[in-house]
Design a protein around this ligand. Structure first.
Ligand code: SF4
Length: 354
């Protein structure tokens, strides 16, 4: 366990999938190898799901897949935020396979049909130049490397280049929700937690602020961000301010009496067992707690409810990243336990989805 990390609360989390689960086939890029595999699968119909950033290209991608693999393709209009929210069987009726772009499989999430994961690997970035950029900044010498799936191919070469410049580089293995060592997942940074004891900072290799923000919550170490495409190095996010805001939010719920416990039906976001455990705890303290179920959460569906606050057991990032969309405070499960006095306010505990 990382220093500064509180012990896990005694909650039941999602159970591992029950075998057999339909196959997961993994491809680095959207190209011939994928098309041949889909063709060989002799599917009746394939549903294509893309992340929000690729929605504009979805119809061209579908046309390419249809032609190259010789199979009917439908496009899921709901983008995938992770490998946790596949189209349900009802959403894409008759499709006996899914092609999901931009994500690695989550090993302990049950699939509802054969699924082709296209990780959209991006090998670009010069490790020597990137290592020189890191060496020129005031980055601690003992580093933990955490990487978005798209840039995993670059990670070993970057680690070697950093070591050649005198850095100690640790790459941790995470738990059963992560497919690769060193992998960043927005709800699970156990690959970082595994090496937090032996590093003084983390280096995130990837783009955007989504993972640096999650890492800042999950590990009590500075997180530097290295963009392999732009070659830029961003300094750490101010963790103390982030955590203080969440602690203030917990404190603001002290008078709350009526809670909505949010539960998603997506296969990789369903923590209904945890929600029931939280409901029992709340009721033992004389609080009202209602389970509210959905697949993808829409803020409009929470408007006008006679509730004081929410506890989100679905994707952990909803409460942390999207709080401004909701008219009532929204806590993570560990924050709710802080409110109930079952966990201390500090050290802060990230809502790791196992
Ligand atoms: S639960 Fe949230 S953070 Fe985790 S994989 Fe799904 S969308 Fe991403």
């Amino acid at each position: 366990m990382a220093p500064g990390t509180a012990p896990a609360p005694p909650l039941s989390e999602a159970s591992p999938p029950v075998a057999p689960t339909p196959a997961a086939l993994v491809f680095p890029t959207f190209d011939t190898a994928l098309f041949e595999a889909v063709r060989a699968g002799r599917h009746r119909k394939v549903v294509l799901q893309v992340p929000a950033g690729l929605v504009r290209n979805a119809h061209d991608l579908a046309a390419t897949l249809r032609e190259a693999a010789g199979v009917p393709v439908v496009v899921a209009t709901r983008p995938c935020f992770g490998a946790c929210d596949f189209p349900s069987l009802d959403e894409a009726q008759g499709a006996d396979a899914a092609v999901v772009l931009g994500h690695a499989p989550i090993p302990n999430v049950r699939r509802n049909r054969v699924t082709y994961f296209v990780e959209m690997r991006d090998p670009l970035g010069d490790p020597e130049t990137l290592a020189a950029t890191v060496a020129a900044a005031t980055v601690p010498r003992r580093l933990g490397l955490v990487v978005s799936v798209q840039h995993l191919d670059l990670a070993p070469r970057l680690a070697d280049a950093l070591r050649a410049r005198g850095f100690e580089v640790a790459v941790g293995s995470g738990d059963r929700r992560l497919a690769y060592p060193g992998q960043a997942l927005g709800c699970n940074y156990t690959s970082a937690e595994a090496v937090a004891d032996v590093v003084d900072a983390f280096l995130f290799l990837g783009t955007g602020r989504f993972h640096p923000l999650g890492l800042a919550f999950a590990v009590d170490r500075p997180v530097w961000s290295l963009d392999p495409r732009q070659g830029t190095l961003e300094p750490p996010i101010d963790r103390a301010t982030l955590v203080a805001k969440r602690q203030l939010l917990v404190a603001s719920c002290r008078e709350a009496k009526r809670f909505g416990l949010l539960v998603s039906s997506f296969p990789g976001q369903d923590r209904s067992a945890m929600a029931l455990a939280l409901q029992r705890r709340a009721r033992e303290r004389g609080l009202e707690a209602e389970l509210l179920v959905f697949d993808r959460l829409d803020a409009r569906d929470l408007v006008g409810r006679d509730l004081d606050a929410y506890v989100n057991t679905a994707c952990p990032r909803i409460a942390l990243d999207d709080a401004g969309l909701y008219e009532r405070p929204m806590l993570t499960p560990p924050e709710f336990l802080m409110l109930l006095g079952e966990l201390p306010l500090a050290p802060y505990r990230f809502d790791t989805y196992h």
